[in-house]
Design a protein around this ligand. Sequence first.
Ligand code: 16G
Ligand code: ZN
Length: 533
Amino acid sequence: LPIEQLKTYFNKHPKDPSNKYAYGTAGFRMNATKLDSVAFRVGLLATLRSIKLQNQTIGVMITASHNPPEDNGVKIVEPMGEMLPQAWEPLATKLANVDSFDEFIETLKEIIKSEKIDLSDNAKGNGNVILARDTRESGPALLSAAVDGVLALGGSYKDEGELTTPQLHYLTRSSNDKSFGQATETGYYTKLVKTIEEILKIWSIEKPLQITVDGANGVGAEKLENIKSSMIQATVINDQCDKPHMLNVDCGADYVKTNQKLPAGISTNPVPLKLYSSFDGDADRVVLYYVDQDLKFKLLDGDKIATLLAGFISGLLNQLKGDVDLKLGIVQTAYANGSSTKFIESTLNVPVAFTSTGVKHLHHKAQEYDIGVYFEANGHGTVLFSTNYITKLTNYKPLNSEETKVQKTLLLLVDLINQTVGDSISDLFAVLIALAVSKKTPTDWDSQYLDLPNKLTKLIVNDRFAFKTTNAERQLLEPVGLQEKIDETVAKFKNGRSFVRASGTENAVRVYAEADTKENCELLNSEVSEWVK
Ligand code: 16G
Ligand code: ZN
C-alpha cells in the first residue's frame, strides 16, 4: 500500500468521530455536510472493487434521490450495472467508521486480505472508476472527495459530471460490455431514441408520443431535454436544475406518490384526461397520473406500471402461435396495493413474488424469470429479460407478418427498458409505447383495477433496530407480541392489511395500512401506530 500517499489524502478528508455511518438500501445517505470523509472512502473502496474485478470499470454515484436538497449520498455500481453485492456493504460501513489513520490502514489491509485483492500484480491496472452526481450543491465537492479516494490508490477515474443515476448505471455497464451500447451519454440517448422510433414505425404510429413531465427540478429534467426526436414531444416543467434548493420541493415522484396529489406547476391548471408524469431527484423513479372530468386526481404508480407492462408483454407473447415458452413473473414489495396483487394473480394470471424493500432485493428476484417485471409502488423498477428470452425470440420463425411485428417489438423492448436499474426516462417511454401500441387511454389503463385506499405514516421511535421483520417485511418478529396485536386490529377491517417496518434510509419506523374506505385505512393506520408507539 502507498502509505504516505494514503496518509496525505486521509488527512485531507477528516472524519468527525461523533458521526456514525451505515451503507444501507441506497448506499450512504444523510446531511451532505457529514459526507466528505465517506465519499473519499467510497472512492477508495470502489477502486479496490475494480482491482478485484480485473480492473473492470466500477461506478460511483453521488445523489440523495428524492430526499431534501441539503442531503446527499454515495453508492457504488457494479460492472454490469448492478448494486454493490451485499457482502461488501459491511466492508463499506467498517471503512467509513474508522477514526484513526492506523485503524484505517488496518481495515484496508483486512479487506485486501479477506477479499484476496492482489495489489502487487497490477498487470490489469490500479482500478478504474467512473463518477457522476445529481444537481445538488454539495455534489461537486463530494465527487472530488471520491476522486481523491481513487487517486490515493493510484487508480484511474473519469468524472462524468451531472447524470441521472440510471445513466451512470448505463455508462458503467457499457464501459465493460460493448454490446450494451456506446459508453457515452450521447450513446444512451441514441440507443433509446432509435429503439422508440423503430417500435413506432413497426406499428405505423405516426402521432408523436406526448407527455408533460415534472422533473422535480433535478437532473432528470435537464437530461430529458436532450432527447431529440420528431416522434417525442415531452414538455418538461419543474425544470429548474440550476436552483438546487428547489430540488424535490413540492414536486417530484415522491411528493406526488406520498401526498397523492398534483405537483407544483400542474396543481392549479390540470387538463382533464391528459397524462402527466413525475420523476424523482435522480430520475430513477417515475409515476404517472391524470385528473378525470371532475378534476379528481388519479395516480398511476409503480404497481400500475408493472401491471401495464406485464400485460403488454404477455399480450404480445400470446399473439405468437408457435412455441415460445417463457416464464413471466412480477416482483412486488409489501407496499404494493392489495388490489394490484389480486389483479396480477387472478386476471393477468401471472405469479407474484414478494421481497424486502430496496431495488437490490427486487432486481435479484426478477432475474429468476425470463421476463422479470419489478416495481416498487413508489415508481422504482424495470423489466429484466433473460438470455433465454433473447435466444428464443431471435430464433422464432414468425408464421405471418403480424407475428413478425410482435417478434421485433418484443426484442426491441430489451433495448428500450434499462436492463441495469429503474430508469424514469426509459420506463416512461416504455409506458407511452405500451399505451400507444395497445391503443389505451390513461383511463383504460387506470380502470384495470381500483386501488384500495391506503395510508403510509412515519413514526419516530427510540430504537428502530428493535423492529425485526420476516416474510418480505410483511410481519414483525420483534418486538415480541406486537404482530399479534396488529393482526387483531387488522381483522376488524374489511380488506384490511397493515405492516410495520423500520426505514432503511431514515431514523424512523413506517406504518402502512389499507382498507375498504379512506376513513377505515386512516383508522387502521392510527390504531396500529398506537401499538407501535
Ligand atoms: C431507497 C431505495 C428505494 C426504497 C427506499 C425505501 C434503492 C436504489 N432505493 O431509496 O428503492 O423504496 O429506499 O426507503 O434501492 P425506506 O427504507 O426509508 O422506507
Ligand atoms: Zn431516486
